[in-house]
Design a protein around this ligand. Structure first.
Ligand SMILES: [Fe+2]
Length: 298
């Protein structure tokens, strides 16, 4: 299943150049602030789903414009870490190493370790949008891997074994009990009681069917996945490790190198991603993020 085959039915008002044979596309010379007036939402989102992710270069949107673009894509959700919301457009969650008046303007370290966004919610994020307002000249790549390609490559026995399995996803476990996450993202237990209440543990199928394309993909969440339901921890861990390895096969990955002004939108139902680090003393990085609410995975 090549990207060119996925992109052939496009009715969107821009040309897409494939980023790899597996997934992803990039767009030059299209102004996303005009999107809602020249494109149907369903056509745009179908193209995102077909490619897994799209990057639009040279956008430089205002916060209001980025908020409008995000709302065009669907119902937005507010991040549980409310201290990093942008004041003028609170649906925007800020990721940044910039400190102003002694205060971080955003979460200084977020998104490290492979994951899909907010799988710990009952209705996890369908689409994530990022706007690179300031991006380092080197480093800070975002890595992506296709969970749809990975599922397709599993041998039939393994597919049959995991059919119908469910896994427990827990935000509280990730932030307060998962040593790997806390090491990678530099956070300790810092959730308020109100924040904990917003994110009770949830159970999702290990294999989900895409609501628009009907195709199957692995749904592993990432650092918030605790175990497979009804299975001993060690056996569960071994199986999850096998599935993670399938997703993260090098041929199944791409590295997105940011340019200032880029807007990236991806489908969390068929991809996983991971941040990479950069020289925080040398470079400023300011990323705006919005999350479009998805459906209950089935
Ligand atoms: Fe993420």
């Amino acid at each position: 299943m090549s990207v060119s085959a996925k992109a052939c039915s496009s009715v969107v008002p821009f040309d897409i150049r494939p980023l790899s044979d597996v997934m992803g596309g990039e767009v030059e010379g299209f102004d996303l602030s005009t999107l809602s007036s020249v494109c149907e939402r369903t056509d745009f989102l179908s193209e995102v789903c077909r490619n897994g992710l799209l990057v639009f270069h040279d956008q430089n949107l205002s916060a209001q414009q980025f908020g409008e673009l995000s709302r065009f894509c669907g119902e937005l959700e507010f991040h549980v870490l409310d201290q990093y919301r942008l004041e003028e457009v609170p649906e925007i969650y800020v990721i940044s190493n910039i400190v102003e008046n002694g205060k971080s303007v955003g979460n200084p370290k977020d998104g490290f370790g492979w994951h899909t966004d907010q799988s710990y919610l009952h209705r996890p994020t369908a689409y994530t949008l990022l706007h690179g307002v300031e991006t380092p000249a080197e480093g800070a790549d975002t890595l992506f891997a296709s969970t749809e390609e990975a599922y397709g490559q599993l041998d039939p026995e393994l597919k049959a074994r995991i059919d119908g399995m469910k896994a427990v996803h827990s935000y509280v476990y990730m932030r307060t009990g998962n040593a790997d996450y806390m090491r990678d993202n530099g956070v300790k237990s810092e959730l308020t009681a109100a924040q904990r209440e917003q994110v009770p543990d949830v159970v999702h199928p290990l294999v989900r069917t895409h609501p628009l394309t009907g195709r199957k993909s692995l749904y592993l969440g990432g650092d918030c996945i605790v175990r497979i339901e009804g299975m001993e921890y060690e056996e569960s861990r071994a199986l999850l490790d096998t599935l993670f390895a399938a997703v993260l096969a090098p041929a199944n990955q791409i590295a997105l190198k940011w340019r200032p002004g880029d807007v990236v939108i991806w489908d969390n139902r068929t991809t996983m991603h991971s941040a990479t680090d950069y020289d925080r003393e040398r470079y400023r990085r300011l990323i705006w993020r919005t999350s479009v609410k998805g459906e209950v995975p089935t």
